[in-house]
Design a protein around this ligand. Structure first.
Ligand code: S3P
Length: 167
């Protein structure tokens, strides 16, 4: 079973854009974990946060990773908080590799500022988001298998991942 590739990193680092591109280049199925959770629970992410709180959403993420970890050959874009939790990284690495997309804060910020579909961005000022980015950064590093420089175009980054994978 070919190892599933899990992309992690801060909101707006490009996990979905790069994941879609990479999955096409590799001929694999792509799973966006946020979409997966929304479909499974018949609720949007903002609804889950509003009705049940972030803790419940985190439990849904762990369940999703556990379910996906039984499959190989996927490219998975995880949500920005998923790989801040060690247990999720351990689960994902059982049959997969976890890649941290290391994009500069300013790039992420411009993509997420004011996005009402992202409760954790919407509820924070720029300064607070920077603080969250800095708190999470070492956790992404710790819970991933490799760190990928994600400051270029999605195509360049997808190619960089392919090179690493085929090495
Ligand atoms: C979150 C990131 C989101 C989504 C949820 C929480 C976070 O995913 O999982 O809104 O806490 O960073 P993206 O990273 O795809 O925005």
């Amino acid at each position: 079973m070919a190892k599933t590739i899990y992309l992690c990193g801060f909101m707006g680092c490009g996990k979905t854009t790069i994941g879609v591109k990479l999955s096409k280049m590799m001929g694999r199925s792509f799973v966006d974990m946020d979409d997966y959770i929304e479909k499974k629970h018949h609720l949007t992410i903002p609804q889950i946060f509003a009705q049940f709180g972030e803790q419940t959403f985190r439990q849904y993420e762990t369940e999703a990773i556990r379910e996906l970890s039984h499959q190989g050959n996927l490219v998975v874009a995880t949500g920005g908080g998923a790989m801040t939790i060690e247990q999720n990284g351990t689960l994902a690495k059982q049959n997969g590799i976890v890649l941290f997309l290391d994009a500069p804060f300013e790039d992420c910020y411009h993509r997420i500022a004011g996005d009402s579909n992202r409760p954790n961005a919407h509820s924070r000022t720029k300064e607070e988001l920077l603080e969250l980015y800095q708190t999470r950064y070492p956790l992404y590093q710790k819970n991933s298998s490799y760190t990928i420089d994600a400051s270029d175009s999605p195509l360049m980054i997808a190619n960089r991942i392919l090179q690493l994978y085929n090495r």
